[in-house]
Design a protein around this ligand. Structure first.
Ligand code: ATP
Length: 296
């Protein structure tokens, strides 16, 4: 949970960057801020995590453990990713052995390329981003705040990031992220705010017709053990509109409002999320059609 009440921000005597902003980010939700460059998204997130103070207004109900991934993480350290994360884990109250084990698990899951023991300054932007993400997850956050998290990450890491966001929300945490593309925020978030000209407004329901509603295409593949999990009746899950299967996995079209629940169920059953793309239900297609075959 996080609540911003009548928050306004200006740097020194400069222009107002944010004016009278009210935001409600409930537990269990993934909340997005969409807006162009310079609209104030990063400023809003820094206020949300407590790194910057609002000039006016208040931030309430911030959970005690906050994970924050800034928009840029380009450390010039000789220290390795493993050493850095172990150190950060200790700062966060973990013992050295727990911090080191947790760091190893997270870097494996995010598939850090270049090696856990390479100097941080030698990592590419995307791999540095993975270290920043791992740092935010060393202790399970009640609030996970991610500034443009999709930028720089490779396709595999996109799937892992989607899983992580779903897991944090599903275990009662709050996830907040920014992106300048509304297509991304709409596909990934349970609620989206638009940021522009200092104002932040909650996006209402889309003006979809009954024939054409927002939906997601979720591509799921075998879990980490390589086995395709069985025994899940996709067609019976809430919001499922169509299912297609092939040897490596399954593609499920699901109403946007049911996407998070479907992802959570899939993860619980051992599936890996390969891709989630936004789409719409289309009156030229037959809803509820369960087909076998091509997943492209
Ligand atoms: N520390 C600072 N001091 C003065 N002005 C700042 C500071 N940080 C940000 N600004 C200004 O506040 C405005 C909003 O910046 P912010 O980084 O929050 O936008 P953003 O929406 O995250 O942009 P982008 O998508 O380009 O990262 C910009 O005009 C920026 O120049």
């Amino acid at each position: 949970m996080l609540r911003l009440q009548s928050v306004s921000k200006r740097y020194g005597r400069g222009d107002w960057i944010l004016r009278d902003v009210d935001v409600e980010a409930p537990a269990g939700e993934v909340v997005a801020f969409a807006g162009g460059n310079g609209s104030g998204k990063s400023t809003l997130l820094r206020i949300a995590v407590g790194l910057s103070r609002p000039t006016r207004g208040t931030v309430a109900a911030r959970p005690p453990v906050v994970g924050y991934v800034p928009d840029r993480f380009s450390p010039q350290e000789r220290m390795s990713a493993a050493a850095y994360l172990t150190h950060m884990g200790r700062v966060r109250g973990l013992t050295t052995s727990v911090a080191s084990a947790r760091a190893g698990q997270l870097l494996d899951r995010l598939a850090l390329v270049g090696g856990k023991h390479a100097p941080l300054r030698s990592l590419s932007k995307g791999n540095a981003q993975k270290v920043a993400l791992a740092q935010a997850l060393l202790v399970e956050p009640g609030l996970l705040v991610l500034d443009e998290p999709w930028s720089g990450l490779d396709a595999d890491a996109h799937g892992v990031l989607a899983e992580i966001m779903t897991e944090v929300a599903a275990s009662g945490g709050t996830v907040v992220f920014t992106d300048h593309r509304e297509s991304v925020t709409r596909a990934r978030a349970t609620r989206t705010y638009t940021v522009g000209k200092g104002r932040v407004s909650l996006q209402g329901p889309e003006p979809w017709t009954t024939e054409q509603r927002p939906a997601s295409d979720v591509v799921l593949t075998a879990g980490r053990d390589g086995r395709v999990p069985q025994g899940l009746a996709w067609e019976k899950l809430d919001g499922v509109l169509a299912v297609s299967r092939n040897v490596t996995g399954v593609k499920v079209r699901v109403g946007r409002e049911s996407t998070d629940a479907l992802l959570f169920t899939a993860l619980q059953h051992g599936w890996s999320v390969e891709r989630v793309t936004e789409t719409t239900t289309d009156h030229h297609r037959t809803p509820n059609a369960a087909t076998n075959g091509d997943m492209r």
